[in-house]
Design a protein around this ligand. Structure first.
Ligand SMILES: [Zn+2]
Length: 91
């Protein structure tokens, strides 16, 4: 459908080029004609299907980052951290 539209536009540009007697108009319609013809040739007709909505639903659970609790304020902090971001004490 989109390709057909571009092909039609290039056809119209060609007709314009044939009918126009102004050099600027001729140049413009020629450019439009070549451009849209090229697009109508290289445009991929079937658009790729949208990804299924449940694509990421069964991601592995073990990617969850490991946590530990701060010994001072009891909040959960990342395993790699040596200082608590909440109370600035060593964990
Ligand atoms: Zn803390």
């Amino acid at each position: 459908m989109l390709r057909l539209t571009f092909f039609l536009a290039s056809l119209l540009g060609g007709v314009n080029l044939y009918l126009a007697d102004d050099i600027v108009l001729q140049f413009l319609s020629g450019t439009l004609s070549v451009f849209s013809l090229g697009i109508s040739i290289i445009w991929p007709e079937p658009l790729p299907p949208p990804p299924s909505p449940n694509l990421w639903s069964d991601a592995p659970e073990k990617k969850e980052r490991e946590m530990k609790t701060c010994s001072n304020c009891g909040k959960a902090v990342d395993q790699k951290w040596s200082m608590c971001p909440y109370c600035s004490k060593r964990v």
